[in-house]
Design a protein around this ligand. Structure first.
Ligand code: ADP
Ligand code: ASP
Ligand code: MG
Length: 439
């Protein structure tokens, strides 16, 4: 079997959907299980419309546009008009509720976002059936995707993979499953965070013990984001560790958690291009042979907040770090990057929720300064670990081009060097380093 996940741009309109169905058709002998994102732009629209309703705006135009987008796709595919009416109604209802309450919350926002995937799977399954491939749409929670109630960052419960394997074994048709969403044990809808369909696919891959294919709009994992570096090129093979670091530090092509289920069972994940299906893309595996490349890729994560924390009680230095991290833990705040000295810590977070409260709690033991609009740039590659002078090359290349670097951090495995720059310098830093290492 093979799990094939298609992202939003791969199912962006009726032509793209036809293309995806052709790709699925060409792999029928591998018994595909299909995982889908919402159609391109739909998740954003579902969110923006709900937020506008929460602030009391009239959103009837937006609701109509959502309905028309899905209905016109159905029409262009020659499918029955009312196919996703139930989902559109469900969405309208939750938006009405938000409008009446004039507020929203993480639980409601997860339900809001779930409708995109719930519609795309129904459309694609119906079209597959229409062209003679027996397929059936599933909401992931109906085939065992039960998660923690952490809205916006839900995690599957420990026995999820076994349940999914059992449920999928009963399905005779080609399953077309919603990415991104699940339900908690109370029956509320949850999501795994933006881009989470990749994670769903990998969970299904692990459940079935098979390869997961992430079909997207570029030829695999490239040496940098091709939107920033035009000359970026495909990397044939990367290791789980390298792919994890790249995804975690901003290579949007993979959701950061995609590799977790694969690592546990040592299963390959491939990244392929639905716009160019014959391209070999990238294969992610446990270990890759050494190549002459010292580094594999450069990633960049924007919208970062940098926090400098300086101890006000130097004599308590031995308990300082644990005090600080426990405050972040209290607010379930994940930290991206850390750099420490005996009495100070610099760290970064990627969302500003609760920052004021965190600052207040920390101020008993430390002086706290917060800087917004920063970016983390990361240079990643296992080849770095036994080549001296890579950091020197990185920072002298940046220095020559006057890119100001603020905080530097190197992981213990020596497979990445990360540093902070101002948001305005981020693309320039990526370009300079791509030129240094790949041109
Ligand atoms: P999908 O809709 O298929 O999930 P995404 O937009 O989430 O697609 O991810 C694909 C995008 O990731 C690409 O279009 C590209 O701009 C971006 N990207 C960022 N870094 C990289 C990289 N190193 N390699 C490939 N793509 C990258
Ligand atoms: N549709 C969701 C998003 O736009 C999940 C995904 O595409 O993976 O974030
Ligand atoms: Mg994605």
């Amino acid at each position: 079997m093979v799990v094939m996940k298609f992202g939003g741009s791969s199912v962006g309109d009726s032509d793209r959907i036809k293309n995806v169905c052709d790709i699925i058709k060409s792999k029928l002998d591998e018994k595909p299980v299909v995982v889908l994102s919402a159609m391109k732009g739909i998740t954003d629209k579902l969110i923006d419309t709900a937020k506008a309703a929460a602030s009391g705006e009239d959103v009837s135009k937006e609701l109509k546009e959502l309905r028309e987008k899905h209905n016109s796709t159905l029409k262009e595919l020659g499918l029955e008009g009312g196919l996703v009416d139930e989902q559109l109604e469900g969405y309208n209802k939750v938006v009405d509720k938000i409008f009446e309450m004039k507020l929203t919350n993480p639980e409601l926002m997860d339900e809001v976002q779930s409708y995109g995937e719930r519609m795309s799977v129904r459309i694609v399954a119906a079209y597959l059936s229409k062209i003679g491939i027996k397929a059936k749409a599933f909401d992931a929670f109906d085939i065992g995707m039960i998660t923690t109630p952490d809205y916006g960052k839900a995690e599957p419960l420990p026995d999820t993979e076994e349940k999914i394997a059992m449920e999928l074994a009963k399905v005779k048709e080609i399953p077309v499953v919603t990415g991104f969403i699940g339900k908690d044990t109370a029956g509320n809808i949850t999501t795994m965070g933006r881009g989470g369909s990749d994670y769903t696919a990998a969970i299904l891959g692990a459940a079935l013990g098979d390869v997961t294919e992430i079909w997207t709009d570029v030829n695999g994992i490239l040496t940098a984001d091709p939107r920033v570096v035009k000359k970026a090129r495909t990397i044939d093979k990367v290791s789980f560790n390298e792919a994890s670091e790249l995804a975690y530090f901003g290579a949007r092509v993979l959701h950061p958690k995609t590799i977790w289920p694969a690592i546990k069972k040592n299963l390959a994940v491939k990244v392929l291009n639905s716009f160019e299906p014959s391209n070999k893309g990238t294969t992610i595996v446990g270990k890759v042979e050494k190549t002459k490349d010292i580094i594999k890729a450069i990633a960049c994560k924007k919208g970062i907040t940098l926090i400098h924390i300086v101890s006000t009680r130097m004599l308590m230095a031995y308990g300082f770090l644990s005090r600080i991290f426990s405050v972040f833990e209290d607010y379930k705040k994940s930290i991206d990057m850390v750099s420490t000295s005996e009495v100070s810590v610099s760290l970064t977070v990627d969302d500003d929720a609760d920052l004021d409260k965190i600052k207040e709690d920390l101020e008993g033991v430390a002086d706290v300064e917060i800087f917004k609009d920063k970016s983390i740039v990361s240079v990643v590659g296992e080849g770095m670990s036994n080549v001296p002078g890579v950091s020197g090359r990185i920072f002298s290349a940046l220095g020559k081009e006057n890119v100001n670097v603020e905080v530097i951090s190197q992981g213990a495995y020596e497979i990445n060097v990360s540093f902070i720059v101002d948001k305005k310098d981020a693309d320039k830093a990526v370009k300079v380093l791509h030129k240094e290492f790949f041109d």
